[in-house]
Design a protein around this ligand. Structure first.
Ligand code: PGA
Length: 255
Protein backbone atom coordinates (compact mmCIF):
# COMPACT_ATOMS: atom_id res chain seq x y z
CA UNK A 1 0.00 0.00 0.00
CA UNK A 2 1.43 3.34 -1.02
CA UNK A 3 0.83 6.17 1.41
CA UNK A 4 -0.14 9.45 -0.27
CA UNK A 5 2.73 11.92 0.05
CA UNK A 6 2.51 15.67 -0.32
CA UNK A 7 5.73 17.67 -0.18
CA UNK A 8 6.06 21.43 -0.22
CA UNK A 9 9.02 22.91 -2.06
CA UNK A 10 9.70 26.35 -0.68
CA UNK A 11 12.54 27.03 -3.14
CA UNK A 12 14.41 30.24 -2.17
CA UNK A 13 11.59 31.89 -0.26
CA UNK A 14 10.86 32.98 3.34
CA UNK A 15 12.69 34.64 6.22
CA UNK A 16 13.19 32.93 9.59
CA UNK A 17 10.27 34.91 11.01
CA UNK A 18 8.05 33.70 8.18
CA UNK A 19 9.20 30.12 8.74
CA UNK A 20 8.16 30.32 12.40
CA UNK A 21 4.82 31.91 11.50
CA UNK A 22 4.12 29.21 8.89
CA UNK A 23 5.00 26.37 11.25
CA UNK A 24 2.89 27.71 14.12
CA UNK A 25 -0.14 28.16 11.87
CA UNK A 26 0.33 24.92 9.94
CA UNK A 27 0.62 22.86 13.13
CA UNK A 28 -2.74 24.26 14.24
CA UNK A 29 -4.34 23.33 10.92
CA UNK A 30 -2.67 19.96 10.62
CA UNK A 31 -4.78 17.15 12.01
CA UNK A 32 -4.79 14.45 9.38
CA UNK A 33 -3.43 10.93 9.29
CA UNK A 34 -3.07 8.38 6.53
CA UNK A 35 -0.94 10.76 4.54
CA UNK A 36 2.73 11.76 4.60
CA UNK A 37 3.53 15.47 4.55
CA UNK A 38 6.88 17.22 4.24
CA UNK A 39 8.24 20.72 3.78
CA UNK A 40 11.44 21.01 1.75
CA UNK A 41 13.01 24.24 2.93
CA UNK A 42 16.23 26.18 2.28
CA UNK A 43 19.20 24.61 4.12
CA UNK A 44 19.49 27.46 6.63
CA UNK A 45 16.00 26.79 8.00
CA UNK A 46 16.15 22.99 8.27
CA UNK A 47 17.23 22.86 11.92
CA UNK A 48 14.66 25.50 12.83
CA UNK A 49 11.89 23.56 11.07
CA UNK A 50 12.95 20.26 12.63
CA UNK A 51 12.57 21.92 16.03
CA UNK A 52 9.28 23.60 15.16
CA UNK A 53 7.78 20.33 13.86
CA UNK A 54 9.23 18.10 16.59
CA UNK A 55 6.52 15.96 18.15
CA UNK A 56 4.40 16.18 14.97
CA UNK A 57 4.37 13.77 12.00
CA UNK A 58 5.37 16.60 9.63
CA UNK A 59 8.61 15.75 7.84
CA UNK A 60 11.39 18.13 6.89
CA UNK A 61 13.27 17.90 3.61
CA UNK A 62 16.23 19.53 1.87
CA UNK A 63 16.07 20.77 -1.72
CA UNK A 64 19.47 19.48 -2.80
CA UNK A 65 22.58 17.67 -1.54
CA UNK A 66 26.13 17.07 -2.75
CA UNK A 67 27.37 13.62 -3.74
CA UNK A 68 30.82 13.72 -2.09
CA UNK A 69 31.27 12.53 1.50
CA UNK A 70 33.20 15.66 2.49
CA UNK A 71 35.93 17.88 1.13
CA UNK A 72 36.85 21.24 -0.33
CA UNK A 73 33.46 21.94 -1.95
CA UNK A 74 32.68 25.50 -0.93
CA UNK A 75 28.98 26.10 -0.55
CA UNK A 76 27.93 22.45 -0.65
CA UNK A 77 26.09 20.29 1.90
CA UNK A 78 26.72 16.54 2.31
CA UNK A 79 24.35 13.66 3.00
CA UNK A 80 26.08 13.15 6.38
CA UNK A 81 25.27 16.76 7.30
CA UNK A 82 21.61 16.24 6.45
CA UNK A 83 21.61 13.03 8.50
CA UNK A 84 23.30 14.85 11.36
CA UNK A 85 20.32 17.19 11.76
CA UNK A 86 17.69 14.51 11.14
CA UNK A 87 16.45 15.56 7.71
CA UNK A 88 13.74 13.16 6.48
CA UNK A 89 13.77 13.63 2.71
CA UNK A 90 15.70 15.39 -0.02
CA UNK A 91 14.75 16.66 -3.48
CA UNK A 92 17.20 15.48 -6.14
CA UNK A 93 17.41 16.74 -9.72
CA UNK A 94 14.78 19.47 -9.59
CA UNK A 95 14.47 21.06 -13.03
CA UNK A 96 15.61 24.43 -11.65
CA UNK A 97 18.86 22.79 -10.56
CA UNK A 98 19.19 21.09 -13.93
CA UNK A 99 18.49 24.38 -15.73
CA UNK A 100 20.48 26.91 -13.67
CA UNK A 101 23.08 24.96 -11.70
CA UNK A 102 24.45 22.33 -14.05
CA UNK A 103 22.70 19.31 -12.55
CA UNK A 104 22.92 16.38 -14.96
CA UNK A 105 21.54 12.86 -15.08
CA UNK A 106 25.02 11.75 -13.94
CA UNK A 107 25.11 13.96 -10.82
CA UNK A 108 21.51 13.00 -10.03
CA UNK A 109 22.59 9.36 -10.11
CA UNK A 110 25.59 10.03 -7.83
CA UNK A 111 23.34 11.83 -5.35
CA UNK A 112 20.81 8.99 -5.31
CA UNK A 113 23.62 6.52 -4.71
CA UNK A 114 24.86 8.58 -1.80
CA UNK A 115 21.35 8.73 -0.29
CA UNK A 116 20.83 4.99 -0.80
CA UNK A 117 20.87 3.05 2.46
CA UNK A 118 20.27 6.16 4.54
CA UNK A 119 17.03 7.05 6.29
CA UNK A 120 16.61 10.08 3.99
CA UNK A 121 13.93 9.58 1.31
CA UNK A 122 15.00 10.98 -2.05
CA UNK A 123 12.41 12.82 -4.13
CA UNK A 124 13.74 12.36 -7.65
CA UNK A 125 12.40 15.00 -10.04
CA UNK A 126 11.96 14.26 -13.73
CA UNK A 127 10.06 16.03 -16.46
CA UNK A 128 10.31 17.31 -20.00
CA UNK A 129 10.57 20.88 -21.22
CA UNK A 130 7.81 22.43 -23.32
CA UNK A 131 9.63 21.97 -26.64
CA UNK A 132 10.10 18.24 -25.99
CA UNK A 133 6.36 17.90 -25.38
CA UNK A 134 5.56 19.94 -28.47
CA UNK A 135 7.66 17.49 -30.47
CA UNK A 136 6.01 14.47 -28.82
CA UNK A 137 9.29 13.50 -27.12
CA UNK A 138 8.15 13.72 -23.50
CA UNK A 139 8.25 9.99 -22.85
CA UNK A 140 11.71 9.71 -24.38
CA UNK A 141 13.05 12.45 -22.08
CA UNK A 142 11.49 11.05 -18.90
CA UNK A 143 12.55 7.51 -19.81
CA UNK A 144 16.16 8.66 -20.12
CA UNK A 145 16.05 10.69 -16.90
CA UNK A 146 14.63 7.79 -14.89
CA UNK A 147 16.99 5.17 -16.33
CA UNK A 148 20.11 7.31 -15.88
CA UNK A 149 19.10 8.35 -12.36
CA UNK A 150 18.57 4.77 -11.23
CA UNK A 151 21.72 3.18 -12.68
CA UNK A 152 23.14 0.86 -10.05
CA UNK A 153 20.33 1.53 -7.54
CA UNK A 154 18.99 -1.60 -5.82
CA UNK A 155 15.33 -2.57 -6.14
CA UNK A 156 14.73 -2.31 -2.38
CA UNK A 157 15.86 1.31 -2.51
CA UNK A 158 13.59 2.08 -5.45
CA UNK A 159 10.60 0.76 -3.49
CA UNK A 160 11.24 3.51 -0.95
CA UNK A 161 11.93 6.18 -3.54
CA UNK A 162 9.66 9.05 -4.49
CA UNK A 163 9.61 10.10 -8.13
CA UNK A 164 8.07 13.48 -8.87
CA UNK A 165 6.91 13.99 -12.44
CA UNK A 166 7.20 17.71 -12.99
CA UNK A 167 6.77 18.88 -16.58
CA UNK A 168 9.04 21.92 -16.76
CA UNK A 169 6.45 23.89 -18.73
CA UNK A 170 4.03 23.56 -15.82
CA UNK A 171 6.35 24.71 -13.02
CA UNK A 172 5.50 28.14 -11.67
CA UNK A 173 3.63 28.97 -14.86
CA UNK A 174 0.05 28.41 -13.77
CA UNK A 175 -0.22 26.04 -16.73
CA UNK A 176 -0.92 22.66 -15.14
CA UNK A 177 -0.77 19.38 -17.00
CA UNK A 178 -4.24 17.98 -17.54
CA UNK A 179 -5.12 15.11 -15.19
CA UNK A 180 -4.89 12.81 -18.25
CA UNK A 181 -1.40 14.04 -19.19
CA UNK A 182 -0.20 13.70 -15.59
CA UNK A 183 -1.72 10.22 -15.18
CA UNK A 184 -0.31 9.06 -18.51
CA UNK A 185 3.25 9.99 -17.59
CA UNK A 186 3.03 8.73 -14.01
CA UNK A 187 1.76 5.39 -15.30
CA UNK A 188 4.56 5.42 -17.85
CA UNK A 189 7.10 5.98 -15.03
CA UNK A 190 5.73 2.86 -13.29
CA UNK A 191 6.14 0.92 -16.55
CA UNK A 192 9.75 2.08 -16.86
CA UNK A 193 10.38 0.91 -13.28
CA UNK A 194 8.63 -2.41 -13.98
CA UNK A 195 10.93 -2.95 -16.97
CA UNK A 196 14.04 -2.00 -15.02
CA UNK A 197 13.08 -3.97 -11.90
CA UNK A 198 9.74 -5.77 -11.59
CA UNK A 199 6.04 -5.12 -11.05
CA UNK A 200 6.37 -5.26 -7.26
CA UNK A 201 8.85 -2.40 -7.31
CA UNK A 202 6.71 -0.44 -9.78
CA UNK A 203 3.70 -0.92 -7.53
CA UNK A 204 5.55 0.26 -4.41
CA UNK A 205 7.36 3.32 -5.75
CA UNK A 206 5.67 6.59 -4.83
CA UNK A 207 4.94 8.84 -7.81
CA UNK A 208 4.03 12.48 -7.31
CA UNK A 209 2.93 15.10 -9.79
CA UNK A 210 4.31 18.64 -9.54
CA UNK A 211 3.75 21.81 -11.52
CA UNK A 212 1.27 24.57 -10.61
CA UNK A 213 -0.76 22.36 -8.27
CA UNK A 214 -3.21 24.63 -6.43
CA UNK A 215 -6.20 23.95 -4.17
CA UNK A 216 -8.53 24.35 -7.15
CA UNK A 217 -6.87 21.73 -9.36
CA UNK A 218 -5.25 19.36 -6.84
CA UNK A 219 -8.17 16.95 -6.42
CA UNK A 220 -8.59 15.95 -10.05
CA UNK A 221 -4.85 15.53 -10.58
CA UNK A 222 -4.13 13.61 -7.43
CA UNK A 223 -7.15 11.34 -7.72
CA UNK A 224 -5.56 9.69 -10.73
CA UNK A 225 -4.70 6.04 -10.31
CA UNK A 226 -0.93 6.28 -10.58
CA UNK A 227 -0.48 9.59 -8.77
CA UNK A 228 0.28 9.30 -5.07
CA UNK A 229 0.50 12.95 -4.20
CA UNK A 230 2.25 16.12 -5.20
CA UNK A 231 5.34 18.26 -5.03
CA UNK A 232 3.93 21.70 -4.41
CA UNK A 233 5.88 24.92 -4.98
CA UNK A 234 4.02 28.23 -4.79
CA UNK A 235 0.92 26.83 -3.09
CA UNK A 236 2.99 25.40 -0.21
CA UNK A 237 4.10 28.84 0.93
CA UNK A 238 0.82 29.59 2.68
CA UNK A 239 -0.30 27.24 5.47
CA UNK A 240 -3.93 27.55 4.38
CA UNK A 241 -3.44 26.65 0.73
CA UNK A 242 -1.01 23.85 1.57
CA UNK A 243 -3.49 22.51 4.10
CA UNK A 244 -6.30 22.73 1.54
CA UNK A 245 -4.32 20.62 -0.90
CA UNK A 246 -3.64 18.03 1.80
CA UNK A 247 -7.36 17.90 2.56
CA UNK A 248 -8.15 17.29 -1.08
CA UNK A 249 -5.89 14.27 -1.13
CA UNK A 250 -8.25 12.71 1.35
CA UNK A 251 -6.20 12.30 4.50
CA UNK A 252 -8.35 11.25 7.42
CA UNK A 253 -9.24 14.23 9.45
CA UNK A 254 -9.24 14.23 13.23
CA UNK A 255 -11.32 16.99 14.76
P1 PGA B 1 4.98 25.12 -8.56
O1 PGA B 1 6.41 24.42 -8.32
O2 PGA B 1 3.98 24.34 -7.75
O3 PGA B 1 5.17 26.53 -8.03
O4 PGA B 1 4.72 25.08 -10.00
C1 PGA B 1 6.53 23.03 -8.26
C2 PGA B 1 7.97 22.64 -8.09
O5 PGA B 1 8.84 23.30 -8.68
O6 PGA B 1 8.30 21.67 -7.39
Amino acid sequence: MRLPFIAGNWKMFKSSGEVVAFAEEFKKLYNVTGIKVAICAPFVYLVLLKNLFSGTPIKVGAQNVHFADEGAYTGEISVAMLQDIGVDCCIVGHSERREYFGETDKTVNLKLKKLENTEITPILCVGEKGDARDKGKEVMVVDRQVKEALKGIESDSVKKLVIAYEPVWAIGTGRTATPEQAQEMCSCIRKIIANLYDYGVARDVTVQYGGSVKPDNAAEIMNQEDIDGGLIGGASLSPESFRNIIDLLGGQRHE
